[in-house]
Design a protein around this ligand. Structure first.
Ligand code: PMV
Length: 367
């Protein structure tokens, strides 16, 4: 079914918000730049999008803020005070003023690796020397590494802020492309889905064509009342991508046909979304969850949340993101309270969030 929405490859008309139209424009130097970028929910097609299938993804109103401030030396100092990274335990002992700190360095290093890599990618792209240091401060309104696209948001916001600090300005599609390179280098594999949605916002249909992804906005004529259920992640995105790859290597024909089926679900879901047919959207979410489960990316806790939200009245629910713990999304018009309770009973945390049109945004510039 043909949509009434615009069809286009990304161009500077999408969410340009203060960006120039040249590939690299030189602008004034600033001493402190803050950019913000949204998290996302994958409505359909995660994992399969890494294997060439389309996906549908939406930005949400929870954002990551990245402030980059110039330094007089060449150091890069990263402060991530509220990344919601489960992994730092502070223990205060009687009579001892200093806390004992136990740290899960793996997760923290993983979270800041995107910042380091984004700066490297930016320097390389703009041929900048490594002698200009920066203080980078990150604030996140959502848990990091939970399937809500925080790594892409951190990467793109860091790229945009550091570029500005260095006196350059890149077009949104260039920032999305560099964000994708950042994710690829940190994770080893990634689709362009997360970096595109965090840059452009809205609801996007994405086909990972090369060299540039095909991107189309999906106009949905009705509200999509959804609740996110969060549980702590047991495995990183990179680990989940590796597992799916291993499974595919050992059963290529079976897994390829599951990937193609997910692609079919995405095409049907696009038509259902555009016509505002939420019940069909919900049914397709359930099918997509079953297919993701067959890829081995669900977990008991995720399944408990998926099935209990359906029991509580959700018309569709599925994993969102890479799985292995992390988040589910439940489409639940008129049943938000019941579904939130079901998520809590299943051991998760409900996250109220709205879909959002706003992509990457300049928050402030200080000279
Ligand atoms: O869980 P997240 O937010 O890292 O999302 C990963 C989505 C995948 O499709 C599994 C990977 C990708 O790059 O598209």
């Amino acid at each position: 079914m043909e949509s009434k929405t615009k069809h286009y490859y990304i161009d500077s008309s999408i969410n340009t918000r203060g960006f120039g139209s040249q590939k690299i424009a030189r602008i004034a130097f600033y001493m402190k730049v803050t950019m913000s970028a949204p998290g996302k929910i994958a409505l359909f097609g995660e994992h399969a999008v890494v294997w060439g299938q389309p996906a549908i993804v939406s930005a949400i109103d929870r954002r990551v803020h990245v402030t980059v401030e110039g330094r007089t030396d060449s150091m890069i100092k990263i402060s991530a005070m509220d990344l919601h990274v489960p992994g730092v335990v502070l223990t205060f002992q009687e009579g001892n003023k200093a806390p004992v700190i136990e740290t899960d360095y793996g997760r923290i290093v993983n979270a800041v690796a995107y910042v380091r890599k984004a700066i490297d990618v930016c320097r390389k792209h703009l041929s900048l020397s490594a002698d200009k240091g920066a203080n980078v401060t990150i604030h996140s309104e959502m848990p990091v590494g939970a399937g809500l696209g925080t790594s892409a948001a951190v990467s793109v916001a860091t790229l945009a802020a550091y570029t500005r600090l260095m006196g350059h300005e890149l077009r949104p599609e260039e920032l999305a492309r560099l964000g994708h390179i950042t994710e690829l280098e940190v994770q080893g594999a990634a689709s362009p889905m997360d970096t595109a949605i965090t840059t452009h916002g809205g609801i996007l249909y994405i086909r990972p064509t090369k060299p540039d992804p095909y991107i189309e906005t999906v106009g949905v004529p009705v509200a999509l009342p959804a609740i996110i259920g969060y549980t702590e992640r047991e495995s990183s995105t990179a680990e989940m991508l590796r597992r799916v790859k291993d499974l595919r290597n050992s059963n290529p024909r079976v897994i390829d046909s599951i990937m193609s089926s997910i692609g079919e679900v995405v095409e049907s879901a696009k038509a259902a979304l555009i016509s505002g047919d939420l019940f069909t959207v919900g049914k397709l979410m359930n099918i997509n969850h079953g297919l993701l489960e067959s890829l081995g990316v669900s977990s008991k806790r995720l399944n408990d949340m998926v099935y209990s939200t359906r029991f509580a009245g959700a018309i569709g629910s599925k994993i969102t993101g890479a799985g292995g713990g992390g988040c589910i999304i439940a489409l639940c018009p008129g049943k938000e309270a019941e579904v939130s309770t079901a998520i809590r009973i299943a051991g998760g945390m409900p996250i109220q969030s709205r879909l959002s049109k706003t992509g990457l945004k300049l928050e402030s510039l200080e000279q």
